[in-house]
Ligand binder design. Structure first.
Ligand SMILES: O=C(O)CCC(=O)C(=O)O
Ligand SMILES: [Fe+2]
Length: 247
């Protein structure tokens, strides 16, 4: 954990240092960006070193959380975590950049407070660990149109259950629907760094027998590759796990 905090601090500085160019296709309200990485980086900002150390630390943290969940559910210790520890685990690190878009910026005249930057969805993987700089934007859905903002804290992780963990726990843990608002701060970009813990493509997503002693299975077995291709063939906002429900 100490190493994770150290690497997190270095990588946050690193990502703040990178040059950011916004593309503004005429007529388009935008919120799309290039991130340029300087080629001649000082040695302490060696990208590969920082990223692999970060991913190793954040993956370990995700595994520890999954092991605590397994303990709480009374299922074998590494039933969930071993999938993230597999050498061909399909886990992913994503950086999201939300450039400042101000209400007075004429090229964004139709931009309004409340514009969504990243639409409502649940993450398809098992467990998400998200951290951001101190610019707000992330919101969690409580259902019925109620959204709760998550206070941005560069030294904290927001941990979200993903669809696959919902299926593997037979609905005991529910994947959280969330979204990110476009950034209306005039001068600062919002950056989020998201680790998605996922199984290997050919892993079968199934529920442990301990969770089926008094309950019928809610979802049929599927592979992560199958779920992923279903996910990308459907819209972000759909409840994509419903397709695998046993009716
Ligand atoms: O940037 C954020 O706060 C949310 C991003 C997100 O939900 C995602 O990348 O799946
Ligand atoms: Fe997400």
């Amino acid at each position: 954990m100490a190493r994770l905090i150290r690497t997190h601090a270095i990588s946050t500085d690193f990502f703040i240092l990178i040059k950011v160019n916004r593309i503004r296709p005429s007529g388009l309200i935008m919120i799309i960006s290039y991130v340029h990485l300087p080629i001649h980086m000082r040695s302490e900002f060696n990208l590969a070193m920082v990223l692999s150390s970060y991913v190793e630390g954040v993956r370990e943290l995700a595994c520890e959380i999954l092991e605590l969940m397994a303990k709480g559910l009374g299922v074998p210790h590494s039933f969930f975590s071993h999938l993230l520890r597999c050498f061909d685990s399909d886990s992913l690190l994503r950086l999201n950049h939300y450039p400042p878009v101000t209400l007075t910026d004429t090229s964004h005249s139709s931009f309004q407070r409340g514009t969504i930057g990243f639409g409502e969805h649940s993450d398809p993987q098992m467990l998400t660990l998200l951290t951001s700089n101190s610019v707000p934007g992330l919101q969690i859905s409580l259902g019925n149109g109620v959204w709760v903002p998550v206070s941005p804290d560069p030294l904290a992780f927001c941990v979200n259950v993903g669809d696959v963990l919902q299926a593997m726990t037979n609905g005991r843990f529910v994947s959280v629907r969330h979204r990110a608002m476009a950034n209306s701060l005039p001068t600062r970009s919002r950056l989020s760094m998201v680790f998605f813990g996922a199984p290997p493509p050919q892993a079968t997503i199934t529920c442990p027998s301990e969770l089926l002693q008094q309950n019928q299975p809610l979802y049929r077995n599927f592979t992560w590759a199958e779920y992923k291709s279903h996910t990308y063939a459907h819209r972000l906002g759909e409840v994509r796990l419903d397709h695998f429900k046993i009716v």
